[in-house]
Write a protein that binds this ligand. Structure first.
Ligand code: M6R
Length: 363
């Protein structure tokens, strides 16, 4: 049932404020304490985290790496699951192995998990399907409570994965004694505000549809982001590729001048994710390099960022302001809706894109 939406993907995008609220309520007490299922995990006995996942779930891992390292001061390695075990990575004792999967059945992620059995101190998974194989084989399972996701393009599962991972980061920071009570309370209150901020972002639908119309005639599109906006750029490019069939690539903004800028001309739209944070000026200077080569920039930022950098850009999409650390969850909305409206404009099969399956159970 599409609940009045044209596609499951549109419905699932719209559900995000609600399901993120659900996920939060499962893990947070009224007093703002983080509760993990069962005996939980004590991060004071963990020295490093090794994460593996595929596709969108791997971008959730990449965003979480920035959080674990900056907020909890824990070193993290992220692999695409299909590469993990063949690399035969050493797994030192005191490693937490962490797997993220919407379906819980992805063959490569499951194989990466099995590689860690008997080596890692604990195996934890973040899944949407608690009865899945990945969940069954984990020491601790954190469900994301996104509800059934039908669209092949993952949307609400991604933002719920990020939400649960963020809570896990806060728990890790607390266990490791690197976050004061006051700072923790600030993080939690920002998290509780997330559903309403995401609602505000969804209200920018028309701006995202207009920008998507412009994208729909492109042959190639680039996505740029720095810091924890880099995984979001990857997610935006993947969404666009899978449902609109437009060739899209994502780069860390700073990498542009090391090669990809050679691709830029007046035919190439470049989507730039740049909230007005500490990295904003750097990203804007990369964006200006794009415009100097006549690239057409779609700038996704907040009001302050757009006011500062709008000169010469092709289109803007304004996001509400949110705590810097939470921008990866918020900027998922434009990543999803740009792809969605582009696909609708092109008339492709949004929910069942060609050549793709919802759950990839072969290597
Ligand atoms: O079920 P999983 O989260 O393990 O699936 C991983 C990927 O196959 C999945 O995220 C895929 O990339 C989506 N189609 C992206 O929209």
């Amino acid at each position: 049932d599409k609940a009045g939406h044209k596609h499951f993907m549109a419905k699932e995008i719209a559900e995000q404020p609600g399901v993120i609220g659900q996920a939060l309520s499962h893990y947070l007490t009224d007093e703002g304490e983080i509760l993990l299922p069962g005996d939980g995990i004590d991060f004071s006995s963990i020295d490093r985290i090794s994460m593996a996942a595929c596709g969108t779930a791997s971008y959730a891992c990449m965003a979480a790496k920035y959080w674990f390292e900056q907020i909890a001061r824990l070193p993290v390695e992220v692999d695409v699951a299909s590469e993990f075990r063949y690399r035969e990575p050493p797994i030192p004792a005191r490693t937490l192995a962490l797997f993220v999967s919407q379906s819980g059945e992805t063959a490569d992620t499951l194989a990466a998990l099995r590689f860690c059995e008997g080596k890692a101190q604990s195996i934890l998974s973040v899944v949407n399907v608690p009865e899945s194989s990945i969940a069954r084989e984990s020491d601790l399972v954190l469900p994301i409570y996104a509800g059934v996701e039908v669209g092949v393009a993952s949307t609400k599962a991604f933002t719920c994965q990020l939400t649960v991972l963020y809570l896990l980061v806060l728990k890790a920071a607390k266990d490791r004694g690197v976050l004061s009570e006051a700072a923790l309370a600030d993080h939690i209150s920002a998290l509780r505000g997330l559903p309403s901020v995401i609602n505000t972002a969804l209200e920018q639908n028309t701006a995202m549809r207009d920008a998507a119309y412009k994208l729909s005639t492109a042959r190639d599109v680039l996505f740029l982001g720095r810091g924890h906006m880099f995984p979001l750029a990857l997610e935006g490019a993947l969404k666009l590729k899978e449902i609109s069939y437009i060739h899209a690539e994502a780069y860390a903004s700073g990498e542009l001048k090391h090669g990809p800028i050679a691709l830029v001309d007046e035919e190439v739209p470049v989507v730039v994710f740049a909230p007005r944070d500490v990295l904003f000026d750097k990203t804007v200077s990369n964006m200006q390099e794009v415009m100097a080569r006549k690239g057409k920039v779609i700038l996704v930022s907040d009001a302050e960022g757009i006011a500062e950098a709008r000169d010469g850009v092709w289109a803007t999409i304004e996001m509400p302001k949110i705590a810097d650390a939470l921008t990866p969850i918020l900027y998922a909305i434009p990543a999803q809706l740009l792809a969605y409206h582009t696909a609708v404009a092109k008339g492709t099969d949004v929910d069942q894109p060609r050549n793709l399956a919802k759950s990839v159970t072969v290597e």
